[in-house]
Design a protein around this ligand. Structure first.
Ligand code: AGP
Length: 594
């Protein structure tokens, strides 16, 4: 889950590394560090805490260096466990992302051979292995070192008095940025966007060497290979806060554009995947966290529009489920495309003989190599740890898939699809209307700021939206909150309702509306403050302490609008509580450990 950046060229390595690391901080923020190559050694600066804690630092001038921002796996966050690592001789330095499964055995062997370790990490073995095997050529040494490893790694190594960066990847992302008289390497695209939009994605088993003027790549058999050069359409402004106080707020406000971009070219004909060539009698949707909530909404959408039964699974559970229930078509949803559990689930699904489709936001991410088909959401880079615009665009793609399936199996007529497409086309405008209510939503959040427990309730397609609202509030505002199907509260959680337990209730005018009104009445009778989000209604307004009205859309499309309100609620509540909104404690953007 850590972020890695490497640079070789003449633009002032210190600044490039620090800027790159700031762009990667969403991958982990326990500690950070940089190593800069000098003629007589390697300068190293590393520290527990965020990148800003590294500053002010005076990095000596140099042309080549590597940097790292960490999310601790082996060894607590500390100065010692921060990357980069130098070995005993000080000639080499490395940064690593991933987990080396057999590091204990290797470490013991190295200690026996006289190596002295300064950290508790698995990563440090890499630099000692390099020292152990080095016979004059760092590239060949890297080839020898990775033969010893079991596990996942994206590793970058530098050597004293050399402008080369040698890198290797297995199951952890690594992308090379092609510059002019400079080259870069990083775990993620945002770190290199200031320098180039042309990249090469490394494959598992690849080793590469970068100098300012040359990039060479070898595959796992040691054969020189050309990896395709890909043009990235993200800009460096996309990766900046652009005047917003937080990335999360910027990303919430980017949703009209993200919806528009994800629909672009897909409304007249949606031909990303030819579903006719797959057995789609039953569909399984698998994912984690917010993406799992998108899957839950997706189940309602697909069952409604295509009448195809859907099963949803958390990726971390699916892997251990019984393989007897064979579902031919499996959709994996992952914003980052790097979530270890979801990738493992994709492999498992293939193993079970299923056809697999990934919905992801990140081009060429690891999951795209594991599946038969890929559909990209077009949300642009999402830097805030809390997923916002990517959830919205995942739903957009699920609507498009559902319509296509509905057309294929004749559940929908062309004219129905046309009406739904028109609804989708109008969504950006509706979202803007809600964004304009941000100040009002901020004031409503006064009721949430001091609460210790908050419930989110909804029914039917808005039940998963309640789950998502609760997750967002927990994640960034650190308030315990739970999402419930409204009908379930009376089966237990009612015991927790008091005048100090606000309930955020989602009510749209579908076939559950009357039942929901009844549920809200029961909650109001227990004295809990009620904040309602949904369609305008007199009766509902009377029962609610506060009411946030969404623009009128068919209930099927309400999750996107309701969720924008819940995102703003989480944001404003977290801000009032002074929480670290873009980098909530203990979390990282992509969860690459199982
Ligand atoms: C949501 O705000 C979270 N940051 C988290 O639940 C996230 O959705 C989850 O880790 C899955 O990530 P993915 O979509 O990149 O696979």
């Amino acid at each position: 889950m850590c972020g890695i950046v490497g640079y070789t060229g003449k633009s002032g390595v210190g600044k490039v590394l620090l800027k790159g690391l700031k762009r990667l901080e969403y991958r982990g923020y326990d500690s950070a560090g940089v190593a800069v190559v000098q003629n007589d050694g390697i300068y190293l600066q590393k520290k527990k805490g965020m990148i800003k804690d590294l500053e002010p630092i005076t990095i000596p001038s140099g042309n080549t260096g590597i940097g790292h921002t960490r999310w601790a796996t082996h060894g607590k966050p500390s100065d010692e466990n921060a990357h980069p690592f130098k070995g005993c001789s000080g000639e080499f330095a490395i940064v690593h992302n991933g987990i080396i499964d057999n590091f204990i055995t290797i470490k013991e062997e190295l200690i026996e051979k006289g190596h002295e370790f300064s950290s508790e990490t698995d990563s440090e073995i890499l630099v000692h292995l390099i020292e152990e095997y080095h016979e004059g050529n760092l590239l060949q040494t890297m080839g020898e070192v990775i033969k010893k490893l079991r596990g996942s790694y994206a590793v970058c190594a530098v050597q004293r008095d050399s402008d080369r960066i040698v890198v290797a990847r297995n199951q952890s992302p690594l992308v090379i940025g092609i510059g002019v008289e400079e080259n870069l390497v990083a775990s993620d695209i945002p770190a290199i966007l200031d320098h180039t939009n042309e990249v090469k994605y490394l494959e598992d088993g690849d080793i590469a060497e970068l100098t300012p003027s040359r990039i060479r790549i070898w595959d796992r058999k040691g054969v020189p290979v050309e990896r395709e050069t890909v043009e990235i359409d993200w800009t460096h402004e996309d990766a900046e806060k652009s005047g917003y106080e937080h990335y999360m707020l910027k990303e919430i406000y980017e949703q009209p554009k993200a919806i528009h971009d994800s629909l672009l070219g897909r409304l007249v004909e949606f031909d990303d995947v030819d579903f006719n060539s797959y057995d789609t009698r039953h569909i399984r949707l698998i994912s984690c966290g917010t993406s799992y909530h998108a899957a839950l909404v997706g189940k309602y959408i697909i069952e409604e529009l295509a009448a195809i039964p859907c099963t949803t699974d958390l990726a971390s559970e699916y892997r251990y489920s019984s393989p007897s229930d064979l579902t031919p078509f499996t959709i994996l949803i992952s914003q980052s495309g790097e979530t270890a559990d979801t990738i493992a689930a994709a492999r498992e699904a293939k193993q079970r003989g299923c056809k697999t489709l990934a919905i992801t936001n990140v081009m060429n991410s690891s999951i795209t190599r594991e599946v038969d088909e890929v559909i990209y959401t077009q949300a642009g880079p999402e830097i805030g740890v809390a997923a916002t615009k990517t959830f919205t665009t995942q739903l957009i793609v699920l609507y498009l898939i559902a319509m296509e399936l509905g057309l294929n199996n004749k559940r929908l007529l062309r004219e129905n699809v046309q009406e739904y497409r028109d609804e989708l086309r109008r969504l950006p405008r509706h979202v803007k209307v809600l964004l304009d209510q941000s100040d009002y939503i901020r004031d409503v959040c006064d009721k949430l700021v001091t609460a210790e427990d908050i419930f989110f309730v909804g029914r039917n397609i808005n039940y998963p939206v309640a789950l998502e609202g609760a997750l967002k509030l927990k994640e960034i505002a650190y308030i315990h909150s739970a999402g419930y199907p409204a009908g379930e509260l009376k089966h237990g959680p009612f015991a927790l309702l008091t005048e100090r337990t606000p309930v955020v209730s989602i009510l749209v005018k579908d076939h559950t509306f009357e039942k929901m009104l009844g549920n809200i009445g029961e909650i109001a009778a227990r004295g809990s403050p009620i904040i309602s989000v949904g369609d305008e209604d007199r009766e509902l307004e009377k029962l609610s302490d506060d009411m946030i009205v969404i623009p009128s859309v068919p209930p099927l499309f309400s999750p996107i609008l309701v969720n924008v309100v819940l995102q703003l609620m989480a944001y404003h509540t977290a801000r009032k509580r002074g929480c670290s909104i873009d980098k909530p404690r203990n979390l990282a953007k992509s969860v690459t450990v199982e």
